[in-house]
Design a protein around this ligand. Structure first.
Ligand code: CMC
Length: 395
């Protein structure tokens, strides 16, 4: 066996030192580089937040202008890559497409793969930040059979994404600023979250010296799972199911199912490994949810009402209270995105788009850490002791 500490799920193991993001789960605090998420969400846009996560400080006006200019220079994807989409089935899940497309960037941008070269690392990072919205919107356009829309560099990051999602070559589309700001907030709130499963995946992949595009593709694959980034999609599917069964009146039955020891049904969008008081992102997302529904005249949206009723009942129920289960960011982000016209299957893709900067910042920090070694967990072996192979005739 061996004298190793058994810590499945890394409940008590710090895998690295990091100066990027701080979470106090008991107090419900989240900070990027020391700045509380509540202040960043109100005072900064997503690209400012990207700069902060990547460089450690908020940008001056000149630094911000320079950063956004570089992002704009890289929003297009290699024309050959646009053809790669054609190989996918039209009904492919956008996350399946994203894993493939982002991994394939290492085939198209071979001048940014040398991880020992800081210039390569910078250009790879800027390409990923700039191209993720393009690649994600293209995945959507492909699945609905509409032509790809080229990026519009006169628009801000989030408005440009909405343009690539909803414009068509024959229809002019001006992104609604309230919706663009809401999307920007979703991106800020999802930008980093210290050593979560997908970030740890990126770090572990990167620890072998793999190139940044391959590492981010690994992060996207991990994020897809319903216990992680897939939760926003799973939450909407859950709300939809309850709606179909009769809506608010069926909440009692649904909660009873969740509490049943023999059932594996979970209240999606509730609970968190670290936040045991409340998720500060959920509070901000709830606000945004109100703003967006008001803007679109959807205050009486039955699904939002159902979510509110479900939240209220769960917050008063002994099962949830005793286990310290509170709504997490995904409980509201799905409702906001749905109201904006973003299809449910793309929710996790938008999470991936937002988290790309976190993955990059963490990957960069790891590469520059002199204490960094290849990640190599050990195990407690529980298999057969040494034995001899019998020829097949004797088995
Ligand atoms: N609904 C019902 N029961 C739950 C839930 C839930 N959403 N979450 C946890 N529990 C129960 C769990 O069954 C266990 O009960 P018991 O002690 O009787 O066995 C207890 O609460 C402790 O749960 P756990 O599974 O040990 O907690 P964890 O820290 O391992 O899991 C989690 C955290 C996020 C995976 C889990 O809460 C969950 O699956 N939530 C639903 C999925 C979700 O919303 N995920 C998004 C997380 S936020 C976005 C992100 O950062 O990726």
């Amino acid at each position: 066996t061996g004298a190793f500490t058994f810590d499945p799920g890394f409940m008590s193991t710090a895998a690295c030192k990091s100066s990027i993001t701080y979470i106090d789960g008991d107090k419900g605090e989240l900070m990027y580089r020391g700045y509380p998420i509540e202040q960043l969400a109100v005072n900064c846009d997503y690209l400012e937040t990207c700069y902060l996560l990547k460089h450690g400080e908020l940008p001056s006006k000149a630094q911000y202008d320079d950063f956004t200019k570089t992002v704009r220079e890289h929003t297009m994807v290699h024309e050959q890559l646009t053809r790669l989409y054609q190989g996918f089935r039209r009904d492919a899940h956008p996350m399946a497409i994203l894993v493939g497309m982002v991994g394939s960037l290492s085939a198209y941008y071979q001048d940014s793969l040398d991880i020992s070269n800081p210039e390569h690392r910078t250009i790879a990072a800027m390409r990923l930040i700039a191209k993720m919205p393009t690649i994600t919107a293209m995945a959507y356009k492909y699945t609905i059979g509409e032509p790809f829309m080229y990026p519009r560099n006169d628009l801000d990051y989030s408005s440009n994404f909405l343009h690539m999602m909803f414009a068509t070559p024959c229809e002019k589309y001006e992104p609604n600023p309230v919706l663009a700001r809401a999307l920007d907030r979703i991106l800020i709130l999802h930008a980093d979250h210290e050593q979560n499963a997908s970030t740890s995946t990126v770090r572990l992949s990167g620890s072998s010296g793999a190139n940044p595009f391959a590492c981010i593709a690994a992060g996207i694959a991990c994020l897809w799972g319903p216990a992680h980034g897939g939760a926003n999609e799973a939450c909407l599917v859950m709300l939809d199911d309850i709606m179909k069964q009769g809506g608010v009146e069926k909440i009692g039955e649904f909660i009873a199912q969740v509490k049943d020891k023999n059932s594996s049904v979970k209240l999606m969008g509730f609970g968190h490994r670290v936040y045991k008081n409340y998720d500060p992102r959920a509070k901000l997302m709830r606000e945004t949810c109100h703003e967006v529904l008001n803007e679109l005249g959807l205050q009486d949206d039955p699904m939002f009402k159902l979510a509110m009723a479900l939240e209220k009942i769960a917050l008063e129920d002994e099962y949830f209270v005793s286990r310290k289960l509170y709504p997490n960011v995904d409980f509201y982000s799905g409702i906001v995105q749905k109201a904006m016209g973003i299809p449910v299957s793309l929710f996790t893709g938008i999470f991936a788009m937002a988290r790309t900067i976190g993955w990059i910042a963490q990957w960069n920090e790891m590469i520059g850490d002199p204490e960094q070694k290849i990640g190599r967990p050990r195990q407690l072996y529980t298999g057969a002791p040494r034995r001899d192979v019998k020829p097949m005739a004797f088995r």
